[in-house]
Each structure stands twice: as structure tokens, then as C-alpha cells.
Design a protein around this ligand. Structure first.
Ligand code: DC
Length: 225
């Protein structure tokens, strides 16, 4: 059986995970948040005392990096580092920074590529990340580049962090987003960019419901084409 795959790429805070998860639910596809894999490695580097930006130190950790994804009955993607469920822990701001640093290391990307491709070979997937349409699944049935202005993304991130009980200053969050965009788009290994055949969905002026419908319509139209 040939499975279908939908690649959703875009910068941090564009609403990718929330929207991709809902689109996956609407289509009955498996939702795969690939950023969570990089986050789990970032957390492992921090806990191991390795500098997440040091390629040699991080490469040395890879053989001991025991990461697993599991989907509970709730359909939520849980991340395990060894035996520990780190689904919440990987959302901390210092882990965001560490994940961005480790994700720029070519050995890391190569190491994690097969795990992501295997999921798409064995399931219908909606996979979100930065390089899904360009590198991980270049043959994806639908490719979407989901974006929004840095200011809109910073506002949303602040609301999300407050809801998780980790309120942050807007200016600091915006600066962090701008810096993360710069790192994610300028790195040599699989930089964030829109695939030539990806459809652009800009949610700057859309609320969550509008964004969801825009994305779902785009995906459905493309699957039927
Ligand atoms: O989407 P996110 O914020 O959870 O991603 C965490 C980091 O991982 C982010 O800095 C970009 C990186 N990432 C990546 O390089 N490639 C992916 N496919 C997914 C995430």
C-alpha cells in the first residue's frame, strides 16, 4: 500500500504544530512533529553537559541518544528520552535554543533522517518541520509553507507560554524568534526555505479557525488534484 504524505514547513510560531495536528485529525492521518525530535536531542545535550552548538560534542552523543515517539490513545505524540516522557520538558525556552543549535549540525540531520522517512513509509502522515518538503519527503503528495509575520508569531508564542504557566516578555520573545529565523534560514545544513512546489499559506491576518480552514482547503484541493 502506498501511503500519502503532507509536508508542512515554516518558521517557529507560525502555528504549524497546532494546525498540522488538526489537519491530520480531519484527514485521519498520523501527525508527526519533527521539531520534537530535535528538541529531545537538545534536552539530552543540555543534560549531558555538552555544548549544543559544538558539532563534535553533539555527534559523540548520538550513539547514546535513545529517542522514541509514542502515540497514546489521545492521539498525542509523546516523546521519550530513554524511559522518561519528556513531552513537556522539551518545550522550555532553553531547550528551544539548544534544539536550534543541534539542528544546524549536519551529522544530526543525517542521523535523524531515516527515522522520519520510515514513519512516512508506514503511515499516512502530516509531518511538520523545516525541511520536510525540501529534504525529508521531497516526493510528498502535498507541500505547504506555513508562515506569519515575526510580530504575529511572537504574540502567539507569548500567549502559548502564558497558558503553559511560563510567561515571557514580548520583546524578548520577538527577539528570540527573529534570531531563530536567522539561524534556521542561514544554516548550511537543510536551511528553512520554501520548496519550489510548496503552496504558501500566510496566517498573519488569520485567527486559528481561519488558518485551519485555509490550510485544510489547500491540502484537500491538492490531494484531489
Ligand atoms: O518546530 P520547533 O520549534 O519545535 O523546532 C525546534 C528546532 O528544531 C527549531 O530550531 C528548528 C529545528 N527543526 C529543524 O531543523 N528541522 C525540522 N524538521 C524540525 C525542526
Amino acid at each position: 500500500m502506498r501511503f500519502q504524505s503532507i509536508a508542512i514547513d515554516g518558521p517557529a510560531g507560525a502555528g504549524k504544530s497546532t494546525l498540522a495536528k488538526r489537519v491530520a485529525g480531519a484527514l485521519g492521518f498520523l501527525y508527526v512533529d519533527t521539531g520534537a525530535i530535535y528538541r529531545t536531542l537538545g534536552l539530552f545535550a543540555l543534560r549531558s553537559g555538552a555544548d549544543p552548538a559544538d558539532p563534535a560534542a553533539v555527534a559523540e552523543l548520538l550513539p547514546r541518544f535513545s529517542v522514541r515517539m509514542d502515540y497514546g490513545p489521545d492521539g498525542i505524540q509523546h516523546m521519550f528520552l530513554g524511559q522518561e516522557d519528556v513531552t513537556q520538558a522539551i518545550r522550555a525556552p532553553e531547550v528551544s535554543r539548544a534544539s536550534s543549535a543541534v539542528s544546524a549540525i549536519p551529522e544530526v540531520r543525517t542521523y535523524l533522517l531515516e527515522m522520519q522517512r520510515e514513519l512516512a513509509r508506514s503511515h499516512n502522515v502530516v509531518m511538520d518541520g523545516r525541511d520536510i518538503g525540501t529534504v525529508v519527503l521531497p516526493q510528498a503528495d502535498v507541500k505547504v509553507f506555513l508562515t506569519a509575520s515575526p510580530e504575529a508569531r511572537a504574540q502567539r508564542r507569548c500567549a502559548e507560554l502564558s497558558a503553559r504557566g511560563m510567561p515571557q516578555d514580548y520583546a524578548a520573545v520577538l527577539a528570540e524568534i527573529v534570531e531563530r529565523d536567522r539561524r534556521d534560514t542561514t544554516r548550511a545544513a537543510a536551511p528553512l526555505r520554501q520548496a519550489e512546489d510548496a503552496l504558501l499559506v500566510d496566517t498573519t491576518h488569520l485567527d486559528l479557525e481561519e488558518s485551519f480552514h485555509a490550510l485544510l482547503e489547500t491540502v484537500k484541493k491538492e490531494l484531489e488534484a
